[in-house]
Ligand binder design. Structure first.
Ligand code: 1GP
Length: 237
């Protein structure tokens, strides 16, 4: 439980963490050296890898190449059980607890077990909560679930608390990749106040001020995907 223990320790010391999310389908392997050098010069503490339609071949090649030149822990953020590779360090074992599609609540997880049993991956149980963000995001489309109402903070708190009571080790508030609106700061604040486990927030955060505000609201780890993908100098701002 090395990576999770580091997350707990960081939370305890109020050290904020940052994950850069790489979608293997969007990474151009020829540009990987530059990408890795930008990551190494960024404040990132973790690399998350995942996407909606990734094949394992690209995934493994990408992880191996990153590991050659980068020491950050690599955490899988899979859309389905085909996106598991033992080349990574850990996996967010997600259950989409905001949705009512049993495939994403438990079925994919059951199917993933025989694959996971053959790996040494650290498994981090994560309550994944999709929040309405002003546009239909890939998570909503692929999972065929409705995001939670961004104005109904009480229901989101209760969902997060249910995840914690079920044994989730992390709660991830997700607006969706490329979201028009990020998770509301007031919601982050209230959820953070009402759970003990670390809080991950991502989706639609497009500048450094947005990251800072998300931390100030109570997030322990922020995920940045699209903004860095579009501009490798994002962190030089
Ligand atoms: C998506 O939370 C992540 O799963 C990151 O979203 O691409 O909008 O940064 P962005």
């Amino acid at each position: 439980q090395k990576i999770y223990n580091q997350l707990l320790q960081a939370k305890l010391e109020n050290k904020k963490m940052l994950a850069i999310l790489l979608d293997p389908d969007k990474v151009v392997l020829e540009n990987l050296d530059l990408l890795i050098s930008k990551i190494n010069h960024s404040p990132a503490t973790h690399i998350f890898i995942g996407g909606s339609l990734v094949t394992t071949n690209i995934l493994e090649e990408l992880i191996v190449k990153i590991k050659q030149n980068c020491d950050l822990p690599i955490v899988l953020f899979p859309g389905n059980p085909s996106q598991i590779s033992d080349k990574a360090n850990a996996i967010l074992f997600l259950s989409l607890i905001s949705g009512r599609n049993s495939d994403y609540l438990i079925e994919h997880q059951v199917k993933a077990v025989p694959i996971l049993k053959q790996t040494q991956l650290e498994i981090i149980s994560t309550g994944y909560i999709l929040i309405e963000s002003g546009n239909e995001t890939a998570v909503e489309r692929v999972s065929k679930t409705k995001p939670l109402d961004r104005n109904n903070i009480d229901y989101v708190i209760q969902t997060a608390q249910a995840g914690e009571m079920l044994g989730n080790k992390l709660i991830y508030l997700e607006a969706g990749s490329g979201a028009k609106q990020a998770v509301p700061l007031e919601m982050i604040k209230k959820v953070a106040q009402n759970i003990e486990i670390p809080l991950v927030v991502g989706g639609g955060i497009v500048n450094l001020q947005g990251i800072q505000k998300t931390y100030d609201a109570g997030a322990d780890l922020v995920v940045i995907g699209t903004a860095f993908e579009n501009d490798l100098n994002f962190f030089n701002e």
